[in-house]
Design a protein around this ligand. Structure first.
Ligand SMILES: [Zn+2]
Ligand SMILES: [Zn+2]
Length: 228
């Protein structure tokens, strides 16, 4: 949101322009942009929560997308000492707070994990940036590394980002602190209402946001499951 304030300046400087426009950027607006700007979304609030998911599925799906030869995007990998164990850096939002402002359907492709995978992660085929780890009608898990505040700087979480689902990681010993074997109760407490759709308007399924869901999940590229 941009507020335009028209300030009369004719009192101080009567022979100059009568009005001076000052743009005040709202500090509560956040943007998700892929590297090539083919995709853009705006959020009217900071993320509901942020975390790094270290589970096999997230790590494998992101690695598959980002190891494509054409990859030149903003990585969704979180900072861990080990590249093979780099989980997904996630910002959780409910549907009410997301507006997709730019989305070219021809530049969005998906990756699922396993032939029967139910989650299709949308990414930009132009630059390779993973856009969302989950895009559901009521909520989404955005690429935290591609999230910027209204000043254009990368969103900086206030606290150290928790690594979750470490029990399902490839190598727990290589994950940095703070870490949790599953998902801490405090996070679950915020998460369950979203998954249940409470307080969510389902708007992610409509308009531009609808392009972030595949027409037919059976035709989505799948990453083989190698860890069961
Ligand atoms: Zn892009
Ligand atoms: Zn995960």
């Amino acid at each position: 949101m941009q507020l335009q304030l028209a300030i009369p300046t004719n009192i101080a400087a009567p022979y100059q322009n009568n009005y001076k426009t000052i743009a005040i950027m709202s500090s509560s607006e956040y943007h998700l942009k892929c590297k090539c700007s083919a995709f853009e979304a705006v959020f009217n609030t900071p993320p509901r929560m942020v975390f790094n998911c270290q589970c096999h599925s997230c790590v494998a799906a992101i690695a598959a997308i980002e190891s494509k030869e054409s990859f030149n995007g903003t990585s969704m990998k979180c900072n861990t000492p080990s590249e093979e164990n780099s989980g997904a850096a996630i910002a959780i939002y409910k549907s009410n707070n997301v507006t997709v402002t730019k989305c070219d359907e021809s530049k969005v492709a998906f990756v699922k994990v396993g032939e029967d995978g139910k989650i299709a992660r949308p990414y930009c085929t132009e630059c390779g940036t993973v856009l969302f780890n989950v895009w559901a009608p009521n909520w989404c898990a955005a690429n935290l590394n591609a999230l910027t505040a209204s000043d254009g700087c990368t969103y900086a979480p206030k606290k150290e980002v928790m690594n979750v689902n470490c029990k399902s990681s490839f190598d727990k010993t290589k994950i940095s602190n703070p870490k949790h074997n599953t998902v801490p109760f405090s996070m679950l407490f915020k998460f369950i209402p979203l998954i249940a759709g409470m307080g969510c308007d389902g708007s992610n399924a409509k308009d531009e946001g609808g392009k972030l869901m595949p027409d037919d999940i059976t035709k989505v590229e799948s990453v083989p499951i190698t860890w069961e």
